[in-house]
Design a protein around this ligand. Sequence first.
Ligand SMILES: [Zn+2]
Length: 223
Amino acid sequence: MQWPEAGKLIIKFNHCQKCVYSFGLPRRCPLCGQDVGSRRLEEAPVSISEPFTDGHREKCSFLLRPTRGTFLREYDGRSDLHVGITNTSGVVYNYTVHGVQRDKVGWEQSVSIPLLRPGLFGLRDQWDKYLEDFSATGAWLPHRYEEDHHNCYGYALAFINCVLATEGEEQLDRDEFTEKFVVPRTRKASKYITLYRAIEERGFYVTDPPSPQMGPRPGSGLC
Ligand SMILES: [Zn+2]
């Protein structure tokens, strides 16, 4: 099995009145060739946090990853995604044409959405049993699998709704769940991937810095 390559750390720093992104901090600015050395504290380089996590370290979470390959290598924004739910020891339950799988590897580069909000923490003790019992029902036998309607997403969402029902909470429909929870994270992941690949191609990536906040000038008398 191919092990997903860990991503390199992206660093952002300011030089030449631009924001420059690269893998690690270069000695010289790629734009002007000058030393990137000492600088004021507010100009200190910052690292950009990766939107992916090792799914096997996430407890009670909803995970997404490309069906084939990894986000950083193969994902193009439209590739099929595969989803699963972790138990409290990082085993990823996911439904495929072969029935419910219990993966201990393969989700090392995932987008993760924690499912236990504060207030539902009492559920944690029951989580593994719920997940196991739910997965053992006839609905998730291999022959019931249908690529478009009865798939990994349906399985995960049905489980989430099953938990919500147990807690007396309102159900989520597919669109609501996608809009509220999935889209913001996949959008963030896509942005990161674009940035990552641009750096990989050219060695760095440059943007204009955000325009400074235009506060009211002294005596300008706004309002
Ligand atoms: Zn420069």
